[in-house]
Ligand binder design. Structure first.
Ligand code: SF4
Ligand code: FES
Length: 266
């Protein structure tokens, strides 16, 4: 059995947050999220939490587990090394109910850095006729930052976010770097104006807590340092070449036909 101490809070009832204790029978392989479902289905249907994919992809089950922000579905109870599991909502966000926090500030900050490809030729974006060629090393420049789930864990770990609401935060800054370093993108000037500000890049005190907490191995602290360099020295941009889509090989007999390409050749 494990003892779950869960922070409960229902602002509609006007009560203060309090800790409620549950006993959960643990089986090998159970994650903290499995235990929360066990509690909801067997002990207390009023317990409120967010989850969707149960496989570390959607980012919705981020919560504070035994003193660290983590994904509940990726946290095995056995890996915690204790029979008491404390679960609270993510710090640095408003609590909506129990373990559900309001992630609106995360999404607003993310949106501010224009998290999409700003192409050199906008016509190619709307009606593409050619394909961008990007080499494997060019992909490596931004790939780890593209793994961001938008779970919000890095903001909850960041001491600067805790003291400055306006700070863009590690997630948005890492995404600014992700797009700036993509050779298909041409938005360096636009984005650098947004991040090279008092509540942007320069507010980061390099605690590095974001990089340690990220469940997907993204290193926002590294992205911020690289962005600072580009804000000072500018960027020598290598633009991805636009090429004709590759000629399709003739399939060997017996191989089923490939689906129709989405891009029509001229
Ligand atoms: S950088 Fe990591 S911790 Fe931050 S939102 Fe993205 S996946 Fe979550
Ligand atoms: S439920 Fe999707 S990341 Fe945990």
């Amino acid at each position: 059995m494990a003892t779950f101490k869960i922070q409960r809070y229902n602002p509609e009832k006007g009560a203060k947050p309090y800790i409620k204790t549950y006993q959960v029978p643990i089986e090998p392989g159970m994650s903290v999220l499995d235990c929360l479902f066990y509690i909801k289905e067997n002990l207390d249907a009023s317990l409120t939490f967010r989850a969707s994919c149960r496989m570390g992809i959607c980012g919705s089950c981020a919560m504070y587990i035994n003193g660290l922000p983590r994904l509940a579905c990726e946290t095995q109870v056995s890996s915690l090394g204790t029979e008491t599991v404390e679960v609270k909502p993510l710090p640095n966000y408003e609590v909506i109910k129990d373990l559900v926090v309001d992630l609106t500030p995360l999404f607003h900050k993310h949106e501010k850095v224009k998290p999409w490809i700003i192409p050199l030729d906008p016509v190619e974006l709307d009606q593409p006729t050619l394909e961008y060629y990007q080499s494997p090393p060019q992909l490596e420049d931004y790939l780890q930052f593209a793994y961001c789930l938008k779970c919000g864990i890095c903001l909850s770990a960041c001491p600067t976010v805790a003291t400055d609401e306006e700070f863009l935060g590690p997630q948005a800054l890492a995404q600014a770097f992700r797009y700036i370093s993509d050779t298909r993108d041409n938005g360096f000037r636009e984005r650098i104006q947004i991040v090279d500000t008092l509540h942007g890049l320069w507010r980061c005190h390099m605690a590095g807590a974001c990089a340690e907490a990220c469940p997907k191995g993204v290193d926002p602290a590294l992205a911020i340092q690289l962005l600072k360099r580009r804000a000072i020295f500018g960027q020598k941009k290598v633009q991805a070449r636009l090429l004709q889509p590759p000629v399709e090989p003739t399939p060997r007999p017996g191989i089923p036909k490939a689906p129709e390409p989405t891009l029509k050749k001229k």
